[in-house]
Unconditional design. Sequence first.
Length: 839
Amino acid sequence: PDTQALKHDSELAQWAQTVGARGDRFPARAKAQQDLTHPAMAVNLSACIQCTRCIRACRETQGNDVLGLAFRGGHAQIVFDQNDPMGSSTCVACGECVQACPTGAIAPANGAYQYAAQQQVDSVCPFCGVGCQMTYHVSDGQIAHVEGKAGPANEGRLCVKGRFGFDYAHSPERLTRPLIRRDGVPKNAADVRQRLTPEQIREQFREATWDEALDAAAAGFRQAMASTPARGRLGPVAGFGSAKGTNEEAYLFQKLIRTAFGTHNVDHCTRLCHASSVAALMEGLGSAVVTNPLRDVQHADFVLVIGANPAQNHPVGATWIKNAVKRGTRLVMADPRRTELARHAWKHLGFKSGTDVALLNALLHTIVFEGLADTAYIEKHTLDYAQLKAHVADFSPEAMAPVCGIDASTLREVARAYATAGNSMILWGMGISQHTHGTDNARCLIALSLITGQIGRPGTGLHPLRGQNNVQGASDAGLIPMVLPDYQRVSESAVREKAERLWGVPSGTLGIEPGLTVVEIIDAAHEGQIRAMLIQGENPAMSDPDATHAREALARLDHLVVQDIFLTETAGLADVILPATAWPEKTGSVTNTDRCVQLGRKALPAPGDARADAWITEQLARRLGLGWTYDVASDGTTGAGADHGVGAVFEEMRVLMPSIAGLSWARLQREGAVTYPVVDENDPGHAVVFTDGFPTPTGRARLVAAALSPPNEVPDSDYPLVLITGRQLEHWHTGSMTRRSTVLDAVEPGPVVSLHPETAASAGLVAGDLARVASRRGEVSLAVRIDSGMPLGTAFIPFAFAEAAANVLTNPALDPVGKIAELKYCAVRVTPAGALTTG
C-alpha cells in the first residue's frame, strides 16, 4: 500500500480544517524513508508532528518503553529502541501507538487507514480471558482494521492478537460447506496435519447439503445409543463443547448432551486449564469465581503473580500490573522461568518446577509462626485453622529452601510483605493448575489469602487468570460433567429436578453421577466405551496430553461429528464436519475472567454456507427428538428479541443461573457489559465478592492443608530435562485461528524450543539449530531458541504448532481431584536433529 498517504480522517487534518490552515510558512523537510519492516505496522515519519502521543502510549499505557525521542532540534525524531527498524526492535506490536497517532505516521501496514470504513461494529476480542472491548471497522464485508474500545477490562487497550489477529475470519481455508467422510476412507491417526490440501480434502470428504449432513450426524448418534443400554457415565456418547463460542452456545451444547443422550459426559477445555483451581475454590470458598477483577491491581499494595505469564497470555492485563508497579505496588513474580514481567518485579522467585507446595507452605509457616495472621478474620470467617497451623509447622523456610530453591530469608521477606501490606492480591495461571498436585497448589494460595484477611476488599483476593475468551462463561453455563449451570452439582436432586422441568424432559433423565472429564472421555473412547462424540470448536487432537493416544482414540470412534470454522487436526478425523460461523459473524454473550458478561455483535456475513453453532445445535436437537423452539437464526443474528433466537436462550439461562438472574437480554443489549452476581434489574453488579462471608453452608471458608507430592514423572538419565508447555504472545492455544492470521503467523512463523544457554550448550546446540525433543510418549523436531530466562535443565515448547505438537510429549497423569493433566511437567531429552530445513 501507499503508506505515504496520511490517515484519511486524521485528527491533525480535522484540526487543520477547523482552524482554516492553508499552507506552511516554512520549507518542507525532505521526506523520511518509510519503515516497512514490520508485518503489522508501517512507519511514515514524514507525517509525524512529534506530539509524542505514541511514546506515552508505549511507555505509560502499555508499559513497554520501546518508543522514544532521539536527537535534537530539527533532527529530532521518533525512534524504536536505539533507532532500530521497527521490525528489528523489541516492539510487541500491541498497536497502541497506531491508535494514539493523530496523523497516521504509524499506521496499519495493510493501508486500512487510507479509506473510510463503511461500517463500525462494537464487539469483544475472541482470544484471551481479559475480555477487551473493540470496534471492527468493516468495508466490503471484511474487517479492515480494529481499534480498542473503552470497555471495563481494557479502557481502549489491545494486544497484537486483538488488534491485528482478525483476518483468520477471511482465511481461504474457512469451512464453507458441510462435509461427510467418503465411504471406505479410513481415519489415519498417524497422519494428523494442520492443513490438508484441497486434493486431500476431496479424497477424504465429499460436500453435502445441510439436511444431509445433519441427518447423517443424528443417525450416527442414534446408532451409538442403540448399541448399548448403558447410560450416564457409562453411556456411549460424549461431547466436548467450546470456550471460544458464546454463553448461549455453551448452554445449548451441554443441554443437548444431557437431554438427548442421558449423560453428563460433557466437558471442555476448562478441564485442561483451571479445573484444579475450580476444585480448590469450590471446596474452600463455596464458589469458583474470581474474587476481584484483574484491574483491581491498581488498588493493591502487593501483588503476587505465580505460575502465570500475563505479558504473553493476558497482555492487556499485564499493562495494568505494570501501571500499578509504577505507582508503587510491590510485584512478586513466582515462576521457574524469568518472564517479561519479572523485570518490573520487586522480587522474582525462580523456584524449582513442581515445588509449588513447598514454596507456598513456607510462606504460610512464616505468616502463622511470626504472628502475622489476621486472627480476628480467621475466627470470624474460616474453619480448620488449627489443622492448617499444625500441618505447616514442619514447613519452615529453612526446611523448604533446599526443596524449592529459594533461600529462606527471601521466603520470609516475601511472606511478611504479603501479610502486612494494606491490600495484597494473588493472580495465578496454569503453572499452578496444570500439575498432578494442582488442587493442592490452589489450596495453598486460598489459605494465604484467608489467614491474612486479604480478601473481600478492593485490591485483595484471588484471581485465577482464565485462559480462553469464554472459558468462564462456558463453565458458568454448565459445560462441566459434575455440575449444571451456575456450578450446581448434579448430585443434588432439587437442582436436577428444576432443570428437568425447565427443559421439558422426563424425571430421571439427568443422572445423579457426574460424567467423565476430558482425559477420561478420551480414555473411554480408546477403550471402546465411548462410541460417538460431538465436538464443537475444540481441538483435542492438538490440545490433549499424550496427543498420539488422543488421536488414536478419536480415530477409533464409530461416529465423530465436528463443528468448526476450519478443518482442524481433530476435524480431519471426523465422519461429519459442520461449518460454523467465526466470532465476528454472530451475536452472543461471553463472560471474561472478571465475571463480566459482555455482548459480542455480528459484524460480518458468514462465508458460503457456514452456520451459527447455536443453530447447528438446535437442528441436531430437533433431529434427536427434542422439541426445541428457540428458532435460532442460521446467520448468527440475534433473532426476534428475547422471545426467539439467542435472546430466548439467554432468558432461559437466567432461570437456572441465580448469578445472572437480574441481567436480562434487553439490559445486556442496552449496557453491553455487566459483572455478576446481579440479582435484579436494578443491581449494578458486584466486582468484589465475599465482602462479608462465603456461599457455604456455614458462611465460612474452609482452610485445607496441602502435603508435598512429587510430579508424576521426574527426570532420569534417559530423560534428564523438564518440559514446560504453554502459549506465546502471538499464538493462541492450538493455533487454529492465529496461524491463519497473516500478521501473527509472520511474527512467529514456526515452532521453537526455548533453552537456557548452558542447557543448549550441554546438548551441543546453538540458536537456530534443529533439535529433537523426546519423551516417553513421542518426539518432535523444532528450532532452538536461546532464552536466558529459562531455568537450567528445562525446556519450553508452545503447543500451537502441529508440525511439532508439544502434546505429543506431555504426560496424561491426572490431578486426583481436579482431573487435570500434568501439562506443565514431564521428563524429556533434547538432542541435535541435523540441519534445519526451510520451506
